[in-house]
Design a protein around this ligand. Structure first.
Ligand SMILES: Cc1cc2nc3c(=O)[nH]c(=O)nc-3n(C[C@H](O)[C@H](O)[C@H](O)COP(=O)(O)OP(=O)(O)OC[C@H]3O[C@@H](n4cnc5c(N)ncnc54)[C@H](O)[C@@H]3O)c2cc1C
Length: 460
């Protein structure tokens, strides 16, 4: 009997456990999760907190960050990380994605699949329209779990892991330390557990802790790029056509002036902008959509990718400073500004926001001036990108368009891994998911969980 310890019950950890448990080997698999069980109550608040849902007093737990999200499953290897490279080829990555999708379906995910629709050549038309302004449109097949469904799907998956595959869960148990000979220490009950294999899948919430582990185990890490931008909110009618082709349309752009890579991300048609609060009193914004509850707006993240080189390679620090500065200007809350005010060079005032034709869904954002907080380069990219997107989605660059900040997608430091996601420095220690800088998204994290599990099985 070999013992496998998995840290984190997010998408990466759960799918790794599924793969290991299904392999029919003599394995004892334990998942350590610092949060609680899958939240059973539906969160009805549109004020969303990343780590602790304060209105409902629920701690994020089994299911990880994904369980509170809209649960858009991007079933395409070009989205959510360098999955083709990690899996060995695009075909292999797609095979794993299809396998994960099947597991989601078996555990109650809605059958409806959003396939970029090509009736009357709609997709071709969109690709052509985007290409005419140097924008790449990426058609992606998607499945929507929906915020209301996600907890039930994760609960069913956990039941399979426990009842059928014999996986043990240690909830409300935080792993504090790992030694080179694979012994874990936990809190609040100070216990130690020896393992033959360890998989760290601690997500973004655990990325600083993982950095500390890497430092103490002398595991090499590298800074990756960071995505900084705004959350854009417009009337949903502007997106009706485009979202009828693809639920979460993906556009990639290289900005005119700086040639920075930009992308649209996490489109929430008829959704809500939500606020996140972090431990260091830093605010953030995100988006969410429900299957039943609808707003009159559509929001999406519009991000520009910043690659930093010496002397400041620490992209996380850079992003955090910008987010902190924005939060300070917002009096502890995110900032909201109309695109018109940003263009005219003055702050949005509460009365202007009240009269604005687009009425925002995040009421706690402070009307202000994003230009006081963001570097000019990022603002240039955003203005240029929105003007080009206007040619594809008319109305998107109107003066009434709302911009929320800070919208920062922190990428964890990349960890030096071999093929199969085993640490290059510590044998039989594996990493997976967003926390290791390997993925961005539910499916991407699950793919890396499965790859790491296969790595463990290969080492048996
Ligand atoms: C608001 C929001 C909306 C999103 N919407 C989407 C979407 O629609 N589609 C999509 O694909 N992605 C979405 N994402 C991103 C997606 O949720 C993540 O990419 C995904 O959950 C990453 O999975 P993971 O397993 O790597 O990490 P996580 O899901 O973050 O799981 C990591 C787990 O590890 C636990 N943990 C951390 N450290 C420790 C420790 N020391 N000891 C014990 N446990 C620990 C954490 O509590 C957590 O449960 C969204 C994210 C957010 C925040």
């Amino acid at each position: 009997m070999k013992r496998v310890g998995i840290i984190g019950a997010g998408s990466a950890g759960l799918f790794a456990a599924y793969e290991l448990g299904s392999a029919n080997k003599d394995l004892e698999i334990t998942i350590f999760e610092q949060g609680r069980d899958v939240p059973q109550r539906k969160c009805t608040s549109t004020e969303f907190y990343c780590r602790q849902c304060q209105p409902c007093n629920i701690m994020a737990g089994v299911g990880g960050a994904g369980v509170y999200s809209s649960g858009i499953l991007n079933l395409n290897p070009n989205i959510g990380g360098d999955l083709a490279h990690l899996a060995g080829s695009e075909v292999l990555a797609q095979e794993i994605i299809n396998y994960i999708d099947k597991i989601f379906l078996e555990h109650g995910a809605p059958q409806t699949l959003f396939v970029p629709e090509n009736g009357e050549h709609k997709v071709d038309h969109l690709i052509r329209k985007a290409a005419s302004v140097d924008i790449t449109y990426i058609p992606v097949v998607q499945r929507l779990l929906g915020s209301e469904n996600s907890p039930a799907v994760i609960t069913a998956l956990k039941k399979t892991l426990e009842k059928k595959l014999g996986v043990k869960f240690r909830l409300e148990t935080q792993v504090t330390d790992i030694t080179r000979d694979l012994v874990l220490t936990t809190t609040p009950r100070a216990e130690t557990f020896p393992f033959d294999f360890i998989l760290i899948a601690s997500g973004r919430v655990g990325m600083e802790w993982l950095e500390g582990v890497c430092e103490s185990l002398k595991i090499k890490t590298f800074h990756g790029p960071i995505d900084i931008g705004v959350r854009v909110e417009v009337p949903s009618i502007l997106f009706n056509n485009i979202c009828s082709i693809q639920r979460d349309p993906k556009f990639h752009i290289y900005s005119n002036k700086y040639n920075d890579f930009m992308r649209t991300f996490c489109v929430n048609h008829e959704g809500f902008v939500v606020r996140e609060m972090y431990d260091d009193n830093r605010a953030g914004v995100n988006g969410i959509s429900y299957l039943t509850k609808k707003s009159k707006n559509t929001n999406f993240a519009f991000l520009t990718q910043m690659n930093l080189t010496a002397p400041l390679e620490d992209s996380t620090l850079y992003g955090r400073l910008i987010a902190k500065q924005t939060t300070i200007l917002g009096g502890g809350n995110p900032l909201v500004q109309t695109l018109g005010d940003l263009r005219r060079g003055h702050r949005s005032t509460p009365s202007h926001i009240q009269q604005n034709p687009v009425q925002g869904t995040l009421k706690s954002a402070t009307p202000g001036d994003i230009a006081m907080a963001y570097p000019g380069r990022i603002l240039d990219d955003i203005s240029d990108g929105l003007l080009r997107l206007e040619k594809v989605i008319p109305g998107i660059a109107n003066n009434s368009t709302l911009l929320y900040a800070p919208e920062v997608k922190f990428a964890a430091k990349k960890i030096d891994v071999k093929k199969n996601l085993e640490s290059a420095q510590v044998p039989n220690l594996f990493v997976a998911g967003d926390g290791a800088g390997l993925s961005r998204g539910i499916i991407g994290a699950a793919v890396t969980g499965i790859l790491a599990a296969r790595g463990i099985l290969a080492n048996l």
